[in-house]
Design a protein around this ligand. Sequence first.
Ligand SMILES: C[S@@+](CC[C@H](N)C(=O)[O-])C[C@H]1O[C@@H](n2cnc3c(N)ncnc32)[C@H](O)[C@@H]1O
Length: 297
Amino acid sequence: MVKEDDLKDAFAEWLTTTSLTPEMGTVAVRPTRHGERASGWSASALAGHLGAVLSAGGWSIDLENPQVEIGLVVNCRSGLIAWGVSHFSEPPRVGWKQRSPTQRPFFKPVSLDPRHARLMLNLVRSQGVILDPMCGTGGIGVEASLMGISSLSLDLDKEMVAGAKENFSWALDNGATVEAGLQVGDATELPNILDATILEEINGVCVDPPYGRNAWRSEEAGNLFIRVCASTRKVVGEGSYLVCMLPCEARDDEKIYGQSWSEICAAMEEVGWKVNDKWLIPVHASMVRVMVLARTA
Ligand SMILES: C[S@@+](CC[C@H](N)C(=O)[O-])C[C@H]1O[C@@H](n2cnc3c(N)ncnc32)[C@H](O)[C@@H]1O
């Protein structure tokens, strides 16, 4: 469990690095818990500690209508705590809903939620080109170009690539600042099909492999995923990150593609990716997926 004084010190230090001042008005800390509960980990109690630091610093707390809102996210299992200023909390909420995949010219049920795409891109932390080797409708490329990140997307299915192209044009008409690259291709053959000039620039990979009804227990889907891992590893530089959204059994993130989590980690490491962490991601009422972060081994 986190020590109250350590948390307060870290938060007070962070405040000094921001332009936030009590003169900006009232403030509230909004806690959110990710994942399962754990004893000793109360997000609202932790938010209270941050509130105490703000009060001591001269801020007025207003939980109803604050001028400044600080979001606090707590993941009990991993022990991670993060905070930052919320920019999108004021109604009417604009952004995610207006950019739902159903608003794009080409939509399929597999289209990735833009929030998940953005999370993947943030985790990859690339300064260069991000590769999405199984792009479907282009959810990751759309979000990348809106974030000003260069990307290259591929899919084996020509219909998907044609649709992703329409979505990338739509993104450019809706605030994207960077054009997304796109080509038809097999994600397991990347070293043979990518242009040599792009190879030096790719330093991050986001993979959203097929997750059909039974993909979580399918050996075939598991083999494809590992082959894609092997292929991506050959086209990225040292120190690059790989983020994937994998299917899992119900809420059991210890079972992926019918294998144990340790077997998946071992298979990924064998082809050059060392797993850092994983998180359960609720997609809708009956589906949960696992986001996996890995770095070149
Ligand atoms: C879950 S979907 C991706 C969804 C996508 N993130 C989106 O936002 O629409 C998986 C995609 O992988 C593609 N795929 C399957 N096998 C492939 C392969 N060997 N190489 C490239 N793409 C492949 C499928 O055609 C499908 O479009």
